[in-house]
Structure formats: C-alpha cells, structure tokens
Design a protein around this ligand. Structure first.
Ligand SMILES: [Zn+2]
Length: 142
C-alpha cells in the first residue's frame, strides 16, 4: 500500500476536518478496515480528494461539459451542492496506487463503499444513485 508524505497526510487531515463529525468518523473507520485487510491494501490507498468546495469552485465545475470542454461532472451550481456547506456532509474519494497514480476505479470505489456503509448506516454512496452515478461521492444526511 502506498504511503502518504507528511504534506499529503496534512492535506488529508485538513480536508477531513471540513467534514461533519459522523462522516469523518465513518471515513476513518472504513480507511482502517481497508488498511487492515491484506487483500484490499494491495489494491491502493483511499484518499479524500475533495470535501468542502467553495460556491465559486462549484460554479467552475458546473461549466465542465457545458460551456467548457470535457464531460459533465456535476448537476449542481454554486451553493446547491452538499459540498458547499461547512462543515460539509459530503466527501469525494479516490485511490493512490503503488505507482503514484490516482485511480477512480468503480470496482475499488464499490469495495470502499461497502466499508463506508458498514461503518455508519447513514452514509449514502453516489454510486447507488439511480441516474447520475457519482461513484467517488459519499455523504451523510442527518
Ligand atoms: Zn462529491
């Protein structure tokens, strides 16, 4: 399993501190289960890529696939996403692989989603949504 540099660890801590306590706790629990599993740990290391997102950044993302090139990545404008609240009930996950690259593998995310939902039954996974599947996305709604 890849190891984070101290600077990367610091960024992870900053992002997790933006999350509502229940979500941060569920993530840390799932991360611990993943790291403690001899098979899963070989696949990569879960990382939080985004937690709080400013309304300005949300508006910028909204242009993707509309007025800017690339695929549509969100249907929410600035202020409409759960990522725009602070503390935020939403976080996005990817995987750091052994070769240093970052993966958004749907298979890895579905395995991690199982651990997140087991950690806290209030966790919703974007991969379970019926229409726009947002597999990196997890949220806790109270
Ligand atoms: Zn998200």
């Amino acid at each position: 399993m890849p190891v984070l540099t101290p600077a990367q660890q610091q960024r992870q801590a900053v992002r997790l501190a933006q999350a509502v306590p229940g979500l941060a706790a569920a993530y840390l629990h799932a991360l611990g289960r993943w790291a403690g599993d001899p098979v899963l740990r070989l696949l990569g290391l879960p990382i939080v890529t985004e937690c709080y997102r400013s309304p300005e950044r949300q508006d910028e993302l909204y242009t993707h696939g509309r007025t800017a090139p690339g695929p549509v990545v969100t249907y929410k404008r600035g202020g409409e996403s759960n990522h725009n609240r602070l503390p935020t009930p939403a976080l996005d996950v990817a995987f750091l692989l052994a070769d240093g690259s970052v993966s958004w593998s749907g298979l890895l995310l579905s395995k991690f989603a199982r651990l997140m939902k087991a950690a806290d039954a209030r966790v919703h996974w974007g991969g379970d949504w019926p229409e726009f599947k947002d597999r990196p996305h997890f949220e806790v709604l109270s």
